[in-house]
Write a protein of this length. Structure first.
Length: 261
């Protein structure tokens, strides 16, 4: 089974260009019609863009980041993909330890799973157990496959065993993974950018969500400390809020972030 994938479509303008006359989608359709590939896919770090893509009916699968603390795809993308019979492949299942996971700096490996004590208390005392539990959370969602990325035979064996043994979450795991995502949380669509003061608003809101919803307080503080521009630089201009399609109270959240961090 071969998939030809449009990669890194992270905004509506790029998606529109790819789907327009003379765009990349025409080459993909031609390759599929000629039997060179079986399916056409698309990848994005923005679930909202993949929602747009699924609605076009052009794609057979999507590739999206999803992990135990990056749950945005669960809300809208996964149900929509299931409705349209579009496959979902998960990338960055263990990328949970940096402020910004830039694609060109991403090195696939289980080493991306943070050794932070709070995350260890949440997912398991040793790395193998943390990897197993992190993968089990994703396997419990409406997805087709996970793309962990490996550096060694041992990593392959750990992931394969997690998949082979998965028969559904236990009641204890359901309780462990149950997080009440409040309405006013960041979906990481990035539409609030660019901030005149150069605040990385999505990252700040993401760390705040780790603090208040996942109860990973020390880890959230550590991640926030790595940002060059802090929330107290906000001058309350309000440019960001009208851009948010989810009506998140960004300025109020930034005030709370200043007090919290």
């Amino acid at each position: 089974m071969d998939i030809l994938q449009l990669h890194g479509i992270d905004d509506s303008e790029t998606l529109k260009k790819a789907l327009s006359t003379g765009g990349a989608i025409e080459t993909c359709r031609k390759a599929r019609a000629e039997g060179l590939v079986d399916f056409i896919g698309i990848s994005s770090h923005r679930p909202n863009i993949l929602v747009e893509a699924v609605k076009t009916g052009e794609f057979d699968m999507v590739l999206v980041p999803l992990n135990v603390v990056t749950r945005q795809p669960i809300e809208e993308l996964l149900p929509l993909a299931k409705e349209h019979k579009v496959g979902v492949a998960v990338m960055k299942p263990l990328a949970m330890k940096v402020a910004n996971m830039w694609t060109w700096k991403y090195t696939p490996s289980f080493s991306l799973l943070s050794d932070d004590p709070e995350l260890a208390a949440f997912l398991g005392a040793d790395r193998t157990l943390r990897v197993r539990n992190a993968l089990r959370f994703i396997l419990a969602q409406d997805i087709s496959t996970i793309v962990p990325g490996f550096k060694s035979v041992e990593e392959v064996e750990v992931a394969a065993k997690a998949g082979e043994e998965f028969k559904g979450l236990t009641r204890k795991e359901e309780d462990l993974f149950n997080v009440n995502l409040e309405r006013d949380y960041c979906r990481d669509c990035g539409l609030c950018l660019l901030c005149p003061k150069k605040l990385n608003i999505p990252a700040m809101l993401r760390f705040y969500d780790l603090y208040r919803m996942h109860n990973l307080k020390g880890w959230a503080r550590k991640l926030y400390s790595g940002l060059k521009v802090k929330a107290d630089e906000c001058d309350n201009c309000g440019i960001c809020e009208p851009k948010c399609p989810y009506h998140v109270s960004i300025r109020k959240s930034l005030e709370e972030i200043c007090k919290t961090f």
